[in-house]
Design a protein around this ligand. Structure first.
Ligand code: GLU
Length: 296
């Protein structure tokens, strides 16, 4: 099932309204979601000694970044202009600039939740920035830099449904999430009596919710707030987050040099982080602090 054009268009309009700017994906802009000049410079003599990924990037003069394209304010592709916007996209551009690659030399590849480890391991992408939680299971296959953001699993329901107000109300309900995601696994493992339905993407789950095929969509609060904001008359976020999800940048296992390089960039760049957040996800009104970078 494909996301119908109507929802894509609605999301596009909402995303524009939320970012207040339609130029965020413009490759001629230097990368900031605000449409202003980016709050960082493209490094003129970047070097990451010992990183095979960086060697590849240097040779080709471009980076291939794995992203999401249907998550407003995080990773979103405007169907009218084919340009990308959102906080994940901003982080991806900042990393590229730090590696010496300008925004117009970034190739975006949409990779759904279930295919991320394979895409990183196969070298289909140089790195991945797309609501990607750092977990022990994933760490067996990929490495993570970060975290660069913290959120938690939550619930999206129809606006007129008063029967689900927290994860305590899920017994006997059908909840939808993306294949290969942490939230679907959590429901399966810890919520007996709750039915699950899965699709490749969360926007497909949102369609299923609106057509009453499922009772709720579950994934990270940061993602769900974007869908609720896009259709405030039809959808609402119910209750508070009930897990902790730390977003990391997925990189090829063993490329410690690249991981350390990105971690150093995140650690140094607190002001930049704040500007990028305020210009994208922060427009939804959610306050957030940059999480402390950890060593994985
Ligand atoms: N952060 C969760 C995960 O990595 C849910 C969002 C997603 O699927 O991208 O599984």
């Amino acid at each position: 099932m494909k996301a119908p054009k109507a929802i894509a268009a609605t999301l596009a309009i909402a995303a524009l309204a939320l970012t207040g700017c339609g130029k965020s994906g413009d490759p001629s802009a230097s990368g900031s979601g605000t449409g202003d000049a980016a709050p960082y410079k493209v490094a003129s003599n970047a070097s990451v000694p010992g990183s095979p990924t960086f060697e590849k990037i240097k040779k080709s003069g471009k980076v291939v970044v794995g992203v999401k394209q249907d998550q407003p304010n995080l990773g979103y592709k405007d169907p009218a202009t084919d340009t990308y916007s959102g906080f994940d996209i901003e982080i991806a551009r900042w990393i590229a600039a730090d590696l010496g690659v300008p925004a117009d030399k970034i190739e975006y590849k949409t990779i759904p939740s279930a295919n991320r480890e394979a895409a990183i391991a196969n070298g289909d992408v140089d790195y991945y920035v797309g609501t990607y939680s750092i977990t022990d299971k994933r760490k067996k296959k990929v490495d993570f830099a970060g975290p660069y953001f913290t959120t938690g699993q939550s619930l999206l329901v129809r606006k007129d449904d008063g029967s689900i107000n927290s994860d305590k109300d899920l017994k006997g309900k059908t909840v939808c999430s993306a294949t290969g995601s942490t939230p679907i696994q959590n429901i399966r493992d810890n919520y007996p009596g709750t039915q699950t339905k899965e699709f490749e993407t969360y926007s497909q789950c949102v369609d299923a919710l609106k057509s009453k095929l499922v009772d709720a969509v579950t994934t990270d609060q940061a993602i769900l707030l974007g869908y609720a904001a896009a259709e405030p008359d039809a959808l609402k976020v119910a209750g508070e987050p009930f897990t902790t999800e730390k977003y990391g940048i997925g990189i090829k296992k063993g490329d410690k040099a690249l991981r350390d390089h990105i971690n150093a960039m995140l650690t140094k760049g607190g002001d930049i982080w704040k500007k990028l957040y305020d210009g994208s996800l922060g427009k939804s009104g959610e306050k957030a602090e940059q999480p402390k970078v950890e060593s994985y």
